[in-house]
Design a protein around this ligand. Structure first.
Ligand code: ADP
Ligand code: ASP
Ligand code: MG
Length: 403
């Protein structure tokens, strides 16, 4: 049996945690299983490296930033291999360059394109434990790239897929996937199972427990994914295609602070305006979400939408650049102190009234909704950042998700 085990930052933050992860893997190795380990940087090392770069230059070149950030994972894999050696267990550490893990060229947010398997398979055939850096790869210029924050989960799932692993275990600092971030909603309960689709929505809507591209890939390649704690032996959460329990109306609540709302007031109310707006934004790689268009009045209309916070400036610049031609408008408003709060659940499709209950929960605690968007298995509202904790807790108890 081949198992891929990924340990996140907290799970390798010091010597004790590294040794505890090593002992856990050693036990499984001695049972005869083949083990591939994927590691994050130790503790908050990625944040520290980012701060060091920004301290020298507030706008560091992206290539150099990736060069720097990849050292975090390189430190943890080598230390873990050293730890295995102290127990006389054969292990080898490998970077994204050595595998190699080929990615697209975009530094800071590269995508995995192809993972070579020869080296890993060779080491496994010699009964070595293979320890691989998460979050990184190499592009066509032979430069290091990173996969975006939280990307080690994606490395692990991708490796499990290409190696045909029997399962992929994600070890983290919580017992599994909860009905809400347990740091925000104290009585959130752990889910024993969740479908890929629900998990994908939750991860994309801010539930940082799994990288959304990891879930996407697990679904595509049918990888058995388990999220569990590295700090205890509790059973975790299984993420898979179909779950045996009856689908819950709502399986989770998530929030995302990484959002800005752009409102364009007084656009001309004629064909081609929305096309022109979103084409220009797409050309500048601005990903747009939660689009809302008002009813036209006096020959004008308003369009508002959300983008990730770091894209707000480029969005406004792009609109202004075309303000004399295709995108004439009265005013552009930007709101930054906002957040998205979402509910996700496969049971929503067949149950009317779920959105109404969510809105009622918000009304009960006097939280105003700025914008709404829905899909078959999700409802998202935009609210003021200061109300996120109140809103999450109110919604969570409205749907009785407590443990
Ligand atoms: P790691 O370093 O192990 O990858 P992360 O910090 O990336 O850990 O992810 C784990 C954290 O995700 C938890 O500590 C928790 O605060 C947060 N989280 C957000 N939403 C959820 C959720 N629905 N279930 C569990 N954890 C969540
Ligand atoms: N070390 C990287 C980060 O902190 C990748 C990861 O942990 O998944 O984002
Ligand atoms: Mg993570």
């Amino acid at each position: 049996m081949l198992v891929v085990k990924k340990f996140g930052g907290t799970s390798v933050e010091n010597k004790e945690r590294i040794m505890s992860a090593v002992n856990r893997c050693a036990e499984e190795y001695h049972k005869g299983n083949d083990i591939v380990i994927v590691l994050s940087a130790m503790g908050k090392q990625t944040d520290r490296l980012l701060e060091m770069a920004q301290d020298i230059n507030p706008n560091p070149p992206k290539r150099e930033l990736d060069m720097l950030l990849t050292t975090g994972e390189q430190t943890s894999v080598s230390l873990m291999a050293i730890a295995f050696a102290s127990l006389k267990i054969p292990a080898v550490s490998l970077t994204g360059f050595q595998i190699p893990m080929h990615t697209t060229t975009n530094y800071g947010n590269a995508r995995l394109k192809k993972i070579e398997t020869e080296r890993v398979e060779y080491e496994l055939s010699n009964r070595k434990i293979v320890i691989i850096t998460g979050f990184q790869g190499v592009n066509k210029y032979d430069d290091y790239t990173t996969l975006g924050r939280g990307g080690s989960d994606t490395t692990a799932v991708a490796l499990a897929a290409v190696l045909g692993a029997d399962r992929c275990e994600i070890y983290t600092d919580v017992d599994g996937v909860y009905t809400a971030d347990p740091r925000i909603v104290k009585n959130a309960s752990k889910l024993s199972q969740i479908t890929y689709d629900e998990m994908l929505e939750l991860a994309s809507l801010g539930a940082g427990v799994l990288h959304n591209r990891a879930v996407e890939m697990a679904k595509r390649y049918n990888v058995q994914l388990i999220v569990r704690s590295s700090l205890n032996e509790n059973e975790g959460t299984i993420v898979k295609e179909e779950i045996v329990m009856e689908k819950m109306l709502v399986s989770g609540v998530a929030c995302d602070y990484d959002v800005a709302q752009i409102a364009i007031i007084g656009l001309e109310d004629q064909p081609g305006v929305a096309f022109s707006l979103f084409r220009h934004l797409a050309n500048h790689h601005v990903n747009v979400d939660m689009i809302l268009q008002s009813v036209g009045r006096n020959g004008t209309k308003d369009i508002s939408f959300t983008v990730t916070a770091d894209m707000a400036d480029i969005t406004v610049e792009t609109i202004k650049r075309h303000g004399n031609s295709s995108l004439k408008c009265h005013e552009i408003k930007v709101e930054n102190d906002i957040a998205k709060v979402s509910i996700v659940g496969a049971g929503m499709i067949t149950n009317p009234g779920v959105a109404a209950s969510m809105f009622e929960a918000l009304y009960d605690v006097n939280v105003n909704i700025k914008q709404i968007s829905t899909s078959e298995i999700r409802v998202t509202v935009l609210i003021d950042q200061q109300h996120v904790n109140t809103a999450m807790n109110a919604i969570h108890s409205k749907f009785e998700l407590e443990s």
